[in-house]
Structures are given as structure tokens and as C-alpha cells.
Design a protein. Structure first.
Length: 192
């Protein structure tokens, strides 16, 4: 009877250590699709990795769509407009040495300084609002996003995780909790 209790203690310690890892694997990779009870979706379905992949693809599409909208917008608070303003300020600061030229009149220095900053602003403006959208359209970036969506397979990540990470975590935890179970079992036998 004492031997049976000794073995139960070891098995209990092993299950206590390995159960959280198995729950994490289940949370990450199982189930693959949404599950329903009646018409209500069960929370946490699909699994975390599948949900995050869907969210990532939606975010990439949204970022591309938002960028193209901002390129057409005249709103001065858009990201593209802020980048343009930042280019102007950066060029204005970088070419501040023009104001230090002594032999030029102040009005000419100011006009040259402002002209160079405006050129930098316009180059960045044309690049961000015309050239980048042209490249997006020419190379059909949305089709590449669709390809990434197909190629970014969670099953590959799951396979890698199970082969190279999960296996070793289970071995280390089995050894640690097995030794802990042996220690607890011997402690039980000594105290009894």
C-alpha cells in the first residue's frame, strides 16, 4: 500500500508540472477554427495563434488602405503630412548654416534657406504621395499580402514549436517534477 501511495505521489507531481504546459499548447494551437454552441461562439476559439494570424493580416490590409487614403488626403494631421513637415523641419535645421554666410544679404539667405527646405519638403511629398502609391499599384502589393497570408501557415509554426521547443520543455519539466515527485515520495515514506 505504501508503494502504491509512493507511485501516486510521483504521478501526481508529474501531472501537476506537465498540465500547465499542455494547457498552454491547447491555448496556442487548438482548435483551428471557430467553435459554436448553438449560435454563440465559444470564447478563445480559434486558438491564439490562428486568431493572431487573422488579426495580423487584417492590420496589414488596414495599414496599406489607410496609407493610400492618407496620400490622397489634404489633412495636415495625417501621418504622411507629418512626415512631410518633419522633412521640411529637418532640412531647415540641417541647412541652418546658410544663415551664417556673412557676404549674403539677410533676405537672400532667408529665401535660399526656405527654398532648400521647400525642395526637401516637395521631394518627400512627391515620393510619399505619388511614387510609393505608384509602386504599390505597379507591383500589386495587395496580391503579395494575400500570398503572405497563404504562406504564413500556423501549422508550420506549430510543427517547429512541437519539434524544437515543446519536446525539450516537456523533457526538462518531466525530469524536474519527476525528481520532485521522488523526493516527495521518499519524504512520505520517511514521515510515515
Amino acid at each position: 500500500m505504501a508503494l502504491l501511495k509512493f507511485l501516486i505521489i510521483i504521478v501526481f507531481n508529474l501531472s501537476l508540472g506537465l498540465t500547465p504546459v499542455l494547457l498552454i499548447i491547447g491555448f496556442l494551437f487548438y482548435p483551428k477554427e471557430k467553435k459554436y454552441i448553438g449560435y454563440k461562439q465559444i470564447p478563445l476559439t480559434p486558438a491564439f495563434a490562428y486568431r493572431k494570424k487573422e488579426q495580423l493580416m487584417r492590420k496589414i490590409h488596414r495599414l496599406l488602405h489607410d496609407y493610400l487614403e492618407e496620400c490622397e488626403s489634404l489633412d495636415q494631421n495625417s501621418r504622411v503630412a507629418k512626415w512631410e513637415q518633419k522633412a521640411f523641419k529637418s532640412a531647415f535645421e540641417k541647412y541652418g548654416w546658410i544663415d551664417d554666410i556673412r557676404w549674403l544679404p539677410g533676405v537672400i539667405k532667408e529665401k535660399i534657406h526656405h527654398f532648400i527646405s521647400t525642395v526637401a519638403y516637395e521631394v518627400v511629398r512627391q515620393f510619399l504621395r505619388k511614387f510609393v502609391p505608384f509602386l504599390i499599384e505597379k507591383y500589386k502589393l495587395e496580391s503579395y499580402i494575400a500570398i503572405i497570408d497563404k504562406k504564413l501557415d500556423v501549422e508550420v509554426i506549430k510543427e517547429f514549436f512541437m519539434k524544437y521547443i515543446f519536446k525539450y520543455i516537456m523533457i526538462v519539466l518531466a525530469i524536474c517534477y519527476g525528481l520532485l515527485g521522488l523526493f516527495n515520495g521518499f519524504l512520505f515514506l520517511i514521515i510515515k
